[in-house]
Ligand binder design. Sequence first.
Ligand code: DC
Length: 226
Amino acid sequence: MSMAPVIAIDGPSGVGKGTVTQALARELGWHRLDSGALYRAVALAAVSRNVALDDEQALVDVAATLDVVFDEHEAGRERIVLDGEEVTTRIRQERTGDAASKVAVWPGVRRALVERQHEFRQPPGLIADGRDMGTVIFPDANLKIFLTASPDARAQRRHGQLAEQGRHAILADLCLEIEGRDRRDQTRAVAPLVPAEDAVTIDTTQLSPDAVMAEVHGLLKARGLR
Ligand code: DC
């Protein structure tokens, strides 16, 4: 059986992975996997089930029984429902991201989510975003892109996104949080955040979203993906 093609988009938070992934999924008409949302959902479910973020076995049970639905209810607008409750806003909060990074260090939790991620690979193709899409989950991806940007640039972007939602954050605090989460994601024993050997790295620090997409389109063309 020939497998549907996959484009892996990896990198730390705030580099524009979500924007690139959504744009590509729309342009190509392919499916999308937001793997970070799975780890975020495990973290939220753990909190509501009173499971400690360092109790690996209990977290594995949470991951294995995760009832999360990604529901594209209108073009580009996604609703996320966890255990029957809408968590679309809560799942994007900084503290959920931080908790997700803590549950993601446990090998058993990562293992429990592998098959669920593979199930997203359906024709005509999949754009998968995360930390280990190209290294662990889809090592045979047709194209692997690793996005980076300076912690400062990422904190500025996050600050802007929060301001758009009418929320104020202190830039220096965001920068510290980003650096802390990077360190945890990069140094964990299993599936750490590193570019795959055959990934193409794009530093988005100085690039507009359009300029990033132009580079991505060039790569797609070179691989015969469009
Ligand atoms: O991409 P994100 O900010 O939604 O991810 C939240 C956390 O989940 C991230 O800090 C680490 C973890 N994660 C992971 O370990 N592996 C992935 N493929 C995606 C996310």
